[in-house]
Design a protein. Structure first.
Length: 89
């Protein structure tokens, strides 16, 4: 459920690049692994997000807020996911 909330949050604060806006590009990386071999894992996904007209403090807070990890056991398989954010400013 957290990834869906995160995506909604990102769209609320994202923007398209414009001539008169000051935008910073942030890369969010998701890594999902399993404790036993499962087809399609490990999997890595990245997503670029532009944050516009934000202060450096707000960008740093975005990086801190958008990183973490989760673990779930489904059908006897442990799925571990971690995500981190790095902004270019």
């Amino acid at each position: 459920m957290k990834p869906f909330i995160l995506i909604i949050f990102l769209f609320l604060f994202s923007c398209t690049k414009s001539e008169n806006k000051n935008c910073i590009v942030c890369k969010i990386t998701y890594i999902m692994t399993t404790d036993v071999p499962v087809e399609g894992y490990p999997a890595t996904t990245t997503m670029d997000v532009e944050l516009c007209n934000q202060t450096i403090e707000q960008i740093k807070q975005f990086e801190v807020t958008n990183k973490g990890s989760e673990v779930a056991v489904i059908g006897g398989v442990t799925y571990s996911s971690s995500y981190s954010t790095k902004c270019e400013y």
